[in-house]
Design a protein around this ligand. Sequence first.
Ligand code: PLP
Length: 422
Amino acid sequence: MSVPATLTELDAAHVIHPHAVVGAPAAPVIWARGRGATLWDIDGKEYIDGTCGLWQCAVGHGRPELARVAAEQIERLEFYASFWNFANEPSIRLAARLAELSPAGLDRVFFTNGGSEGIETAIKLVRLACHVQGRPERNVILSRKSAYHGVGVASLAATGIPPLKEGFGPLAPGFVHLSTPTRRADADALVAELRATIDELGAETIAAFVGEPVMGVGGMIPPPDGYWPQVQAVLREHGILLILDEIVTGYGRTGRWFGAQRYDLDADVIVTAKALTSGYIPMGAVFVHDRLVELLAGTAFRHGFTYNGHPVGSAVALANLEIIEREGLVERAASVGARMLERLQPVEELEAVAEARGVGLMLGVELAGDRDAGPVAAGALEQGVVVRASGQKIVMSPPFVIEDAQADRIVDVLTAELRKLA
Ligand code: PLP
């Protein structure tokens, strides 16, 4: 009788994991269940979720209410296309709810299945707007080094992390990367660089600027004081549209519903995903400002994903947003984030640490020199704390429902791991 293969063996034989080495897979942690900010693997080992995996889980794991909503919607209508003149009730109600929550003027949404699709959509929208205005040469997208905008040929071209692009060329042309706006950078110098770049390329060739309000994957990098208002003013002056990538920051992670509100930004497009449904069903929403709608009025937008406006995702998103509101989770993200940052800051005294920083529940520790953060994350995982290594940075983005004691344990375990570094 043959011995049944273990899940680890089946995984190694049949699954290609994102960002893993093909043909040489590491043994996976196989998650079995979750509740709040607690996870258990298939061996019953308990972990504190310091990252939500990929930042998505605002309301925490294992919410029976969201399971019920999804099941009820599947029983009623699992899916029907939203192309052309087809629609469904949950996605219409969700769009209207999002218009209430979003900053002024962003009253319409285009739904997607996730972040990269949202950035591809935003880029197509702004380029199409220029095209229909009789300015097809106005197609360059300004981005920043260290930015992460996704994996499509345009969203990856917008991304400013070179190793992620290696070997995938040619990517979409027409992307120019400005310097990373690190917390301690000189905002005036960054704005001068933006002005010089516009002068060099010619404003008449530039469609839009895309940016995360706070850089996430790049290392939880809050912008220097005064950066965003000046950038916005320069873009306005030159008729360049602003696309905000709020795929991580949207729906509360910075301690405000949107990063746009935190930094007082009046964006033309805001791209969201992740916490829209807390990841219970994949879904994203691209907010389009009335200004851009006016430019596009009368134009067919020949673009769409099969699962656009998914009724199950929409029903779950509505219930998820209600939980965020009912339980005051945006405020919770602000307060527990501030607590974690305060307790984390002393690690800056360690020789191995260059900086500890954060905004809301986006926290990062950058190691000094060219130290790799991998062993720090691996050490924490051993002790049942999930944090993420991104190059020489540790990034954290726990669920908003994380308890104080759990948040403190993440910081304590991380601090102990950092102390082990030479
Ligand atoms: N933009 C940002 C800021 C992100 O953090 C991510 C994913 O982490 C994306 C875009 C891409 O989103 P997705 O992985 O859902 O395609």
